[in-house]
Ligand binder design. Structure first.
Ligand SMILES: *Cc1c(COP(=O)(O)O)cnc(C)c1O
Length: 239
């Protein structure tokens, strides 16, 4: 691992994290919400395990990763006392072969969008003798194919997930469609989340809001934010 005490990197992360925490505090105040009802997940994809260690030292408790191989290697690189303090969220698109691997290093899978994936996660979690927390990823674009179950099909998928003994359905996750005002989309997500929760009382999490739209998400009732570039800096171009 590279030098995780690198003072300039620690300082950059500290000040960026403080700015994001301030944005969250202001948005909670504006929305009349308690700050403790909103959880920050720092998305560390493309950034090294050393940054995860630095963030953990700065008080970050939840991190998000979106690619199986990268996430598995990074988690294996973390010192045990750092890994133990973190909740690791997998937020990327899944194929069923990859899904079998994710429960070996993740605590929460936010991107369950079909019953085949849910089944693969359930079997893998069972083999590792654990219960995995999962969110349903919902497609708000209506475009199909970019990952996510449609709003219409979501209640049925929720029922299917709830049947699986090694999964615990905790709620919904979505990404606002690019280039559109996120507020209306987040409101639709909140309405869906409310309906799902009526059937599945443990499914109260709403994971919405990223670096560019976290305020809109907080106003619409998000419980979990997934913030990457506003804290870690811009990512290298997608590989
Ligand atoms: C990368 C990613 C994020 C973080 O995005 P930023 O705009 O960098 O904050 C959030 N959610 C998902 C699903 C992602 O893949």
């Amino acid at each position: 691992m590279t030098d995780e005490t690198d003072p300039s990197r620690v300082e950059a992360l500290r000040s960026a994290l403080a700015r994001v925490q301030e944005r969250i505090a202001v948005a909670c105040r504006d929305a009349g919400r308690d700050r403790s009802s909103v959880h920050l997940i720092v998305v560390t994809k493309y950034f090294p395990a050393a940054d995860v260690c630095r963030l953990a030292d700065l008080g970050v408790t939840d991190i998000g990763e979106n690619r199986d191989q990268e996430a598995a290697a990074k988690m294996a690189d973390l010192p045990e006392q750092v890994r133990r303090r973190l909740t690791v969220h997998f937020i990327g698109q899944l194929q069923s072969n990859k899904a079998r691997h994710v429960p070996t290093y993740a605590d929460v899978v936010q991107s369950v969008d079909r019953s085949k994936i849910a089944g693969a996660l359930d079997r893998a979690a069972g083999e590792h003798d654990r219960r995995l927390e999962v969110l349903m990823q919902v497609d708000l674009s209506g475009a199909q194919g970019r990952g996510g179950v449609s709003v219409d099909a979501a209640p049925q998928l929720a029922d299917a997930i709830a049947e699986l003994s090694h999964l615990r359905l905790r709620g919904v996750m979505a990404v606002a469609p690019l280039g559109e005002d996120p507020a209306a989309h987040f409101e639709r997500l909140a309405t869906l989340a409310h309906d799902i929760r009526a059937q599945h009382p443990e499914a109260g999490w709403i994971s919405a809001g990223m670096s560019g739209d976290l305020e809109a998400a907080i106003h619409a009732g998000a419980t979990h934010l997934r913030v990457g570039s506003a804290i870690l800096g811009s990512r290298p171009a997608a590989r």
